[in-house]
Design a protein around this ligand. Structure first.
Ligand code: ADP
Ligand code: MG
Ligand code: MG
Length: 251
């Protein structure tokens, strides 16, 4: 359902090409992982899919259920069912977490032509999801991410993901210095939201995360391209031998 074809991306301000023909399909219900050396373009891929500025798509496409994402505004992408979790969640002082979540959910409903959720229904919904994800109700009352520990930010991100009921979740966990507990949180959250229909694209430097998430497919990205695709054993191979052998193989 997420289909990326021959995606070429350069920096808007410079003549620097970062993605050089990415091809990738994530089927409904599957968890795909992307690993790869630092600087290979993994985060750029997630930014471009989210619609962040500063990048120019020069060739290729990225569709979700057949709809071109690259032509959409960021909020339209969310309405189409795309969710992106980033390495560094933003803090929003003065905005309560509950208000933030409700605004996000209603913006998405509006974009989908659905009715707003009532305050009472929203409360029920958020409490149920928080319970499922083992999130303390106190966290819902605090301003978004302000003074949250790394683990709390992760929890909150997973809660946002659960509330928006996305079709396709993209998580960029690269270089974020995830400790073991935070890694567990992310993995538990993803596993709780795996339902056989929702797709996941998990970007990570660490094989360890994949011990807990168990991807269906693993891709290795290097120098702006997917250079190898395999099963979970590919992540173990990277864990043991690093990227050198794989890079040499494709040269
Ligand atoms: P990864 O996530 O795999 O480590 P990135 O997508 O962060 O890789 O970066 C890929 C390459 O593009 C790197 O060489 C990085 O320095 C460069 N790059 C990405 N975004 C920018 C930017 N906004 N300005 C300058 N260089 C950038
Ligand atoms: Mg990096
Ligand atoms: Mg990165």
């Amino acid at each position: 359902m997420l289909e990326i074809k021959n995606l070429h991306v350069k920096l808007e301000e410079e003549d620097k090409v970062i993605l050089k023909g990415v091809d990738l399909t994530v089927e409904a219900g599957k968890v795909h992982a992307i690993m790869g050396p630092n600087g290979s373009g993994k985060s750029t891929l997630s930014y471009v899919l989210s619609g962040r500025g500063g990048y120019e798509v020069t060739e290729g496409s990225a569709t979700l259920d057949g709809e071109e994402l690259l032509d959409m505004e960021p909020e339209e992408r969310a309405a189409a069912g795309l969710f992106l979790a980033f390495q560094y969640p933003v803090e929003i002082p003065g905005v309560g977490n509950m208000t933030f979540l409700r605004t996000a959910v209603n913006a998405q409903r509006k974009a989908r032509g659905e009715e707003e959720v009532s305050a009472a229904d929203f409360l029920k919904l958020v409490r149920a999801q928080a319970k499922m994800l083992n999130i303390d109700a106190d966290m819902l009352k605090r301003p978004v991410n302000v003074g949250f520990s790394g683990g709390e930010k992760k929890r909150n991100e997973i809660l946002q993901m659960a509330m928006l009921e996305p079709r396709m979740c993209i998580l960029d966990e690269t270089d974020s210095g995830l400790d073991v507990d935070a890694m567990r949180l992310v993995a538990d959250g993803v596993n709780a939201l795996r339902d056989g229909k929702r797709g996941f694209l998990v970007i990570t430097h660490y094989q360890r995360l994949l011990d807990h998430i168990k991807p269906d497919v693993v891709h290795i990205m290097a120098d702006g391209r997917i250079i190898k695709t395999g099963g979970p054993e590919l992540a173990l191979e990277v864990e043991e031998n690093g990227y050198a052998d794989i890079l040499a193989e494709v040269q």
